[in-house]
Ligand binder design. Structure first.
Ligand SMILES: [Ca+2]
Ligand SMILES: [Ca+2]
Ligand SMILES: [Ca+2]
Ligand SMILES: [Ca+2]
Length: 380
């Protein structure tokens, strides 16, 4: 009884998910969108918007591309992800914004009859004119391995599109013995472009992925939360004038979704675990502009990935003199730095609670260093 019921609901999910052509919207430049998953209460499920279900309650913090969960009839919550306090970091380095919540996706239901996901039904980003883009997402899976392919972000197929089994874009963990992060997309020429990460993907670990597409190529970056920051995993050429398939008439309006994938126009590869901070930008961001990018240059006090006169000015305003301790609550007049939770300010590069010549000598060594170069070691 229940399984029949669920199956009926799921055929409806599939219909909703692949019927975006019904809601055809004119092509527009790709909008920036940033789903932070901050709008809920811990332990509660994503709510449905009312009365217009397509309005969406998982908010796009930049534009209006809010995502919704599926609501079957009669209403039931089991397709809705759950807000969680398990986050990859409590502050977003690129924005200094607090990060308190992620969403937990329970994966696919047994029997291949659907699962938990979010989708941007009828929204402007569904029919983008894409020449460049950056897609970022943080994720932490419950389980990886053979048969456990999981899609983090997908731009779905259209039901009338038989030109490819692949959806226009999917960012996923491969369901293999040696799981990898994979970006697979169809470029404007409808060629399938695939990049797999060099780094393996493990369960119970937060990662930050970034995909950058330009007219020439697609690049996949992965931050494995191991201190090395974002590492380029690979690049692949694109053709046809851009990174994302838009149909022969630029009318390929299909839905962006989080937590599930597609193949042969069927929903599959449901994600089981946490997803957070999904951002889509209509420009090709540099790695030092990614959400979780941190400058690893000692002495880069204003965090602009270079050590220069601006940092020197900040340093001098915070200098205390040889072995003279500073009070993190009462820093010298003009010192604009803030102490970390341990009471250390960034100008105290060696962390011994003074800002003196020892700190200055490191800043001096790093002066002029390139923060984009992961091999730099001026702090050592
Ligand atoms: Ca968040
Ligand atoms: Ca700087
Ligand atoms: Ca000292
Ligand atoms: Ca010091």
């Amino acid at each position: 009884m229940r399984s029949q019921h669920v199956r009926a609901l799921m055929s409806m999910t599939a219909f909703l998910a692949i019927s975006a052509g019904v809601y055809a919207v004119p092509p527009t430049p790709l909008q920036d969108a940033y789903w932070r998953m901050e709008e809920g209460e811990p332990g509660t499920r994503v709510k449905e918007s009312s009365p217009n279900l397509a309005t969406g309650t998982v908010l796009d913090s930049i534009n209006e591309n809010h995502m919704r969960r599926f609501t079957p009839d009669p209403p039931a919550d089991f397709h809705a992800p759950i807000y969680s306090t398990d986050v990859p970091g409590s502050i977003i380095p690129a924005t200094a914004e607090p990060n308190t919540l992620s969403l937990y996706f329970e994966g696919g239901f047994p029997g291949g009859i659907g699962g938990v996901d979010l989708y941007a039904d009828t929204k402007p980003i569904n029919n983008p004119l894409v020449t460049t883009f950056t897609l970022e997402a943080s994720f932490k899976s419950d389980a990886v391995g053979p048969g456990l392919a999981q899609t983090i972000v997908c731009k779905e197929s259209r039901s009338d599109d038989a030109t490819s089994d692949a959806p226009p874009l999917s960012l996923k963990i491969t369901g293999t013995e040696d799981p990898r992060l994979m970006i697979q997309l169809r470029d404007k020429g409808n060629n399938l472009v695939t990049i797999e990460s060099l780094a393996p993907i493990e369960a119970y670990k937060w990662y930050h992925a970034a995909v950058v597409g330009t007219v020439q190529q697609v690049s996949l970056y992965l931050d494995s939360n191991d201190g090395a920051g974002y590492v380029l995993q690979g690049t692949a050429p694109v053709s046809g004038g851009g990174p994302l398939y838009q149909g022969a008439n630029n009318d390929y309006d299909s839905t962006w979704s989080i937590g599930k994938g597609m193949w042969e126009r069927n929903l599959r590869d449901w994600f089981k675990g946490f997803i957070d901070e999904v951002r889509l930008s209509n420009v090709a961001l540099a790695p030092n502009q990614f959400l979780w990018a941190r400058s690893r240059l000692p002495g880069d006090l204003n965090k602009d990935w270079k050590v220069d006169i601006d940092d020197l000015v900040i340093f001098e305003a915070c200098a205390t003199g040889p072995a003279v301790r500073y009070d993190p609550q009462a820093l010298p007049d003009g010192c604009t730095l803030e102490a970390d939770p341990d009471g250390i300010i960034p100008a105290d590069i060696d962390g011994d609670r003074d800002v003196d010549m020892a700190d200055f000598s490191v800043l001096q060594r790093c002066y002029g260093a390139d923060g984009d170069d992961p091999t730099q070691n001026c702090g050592d």
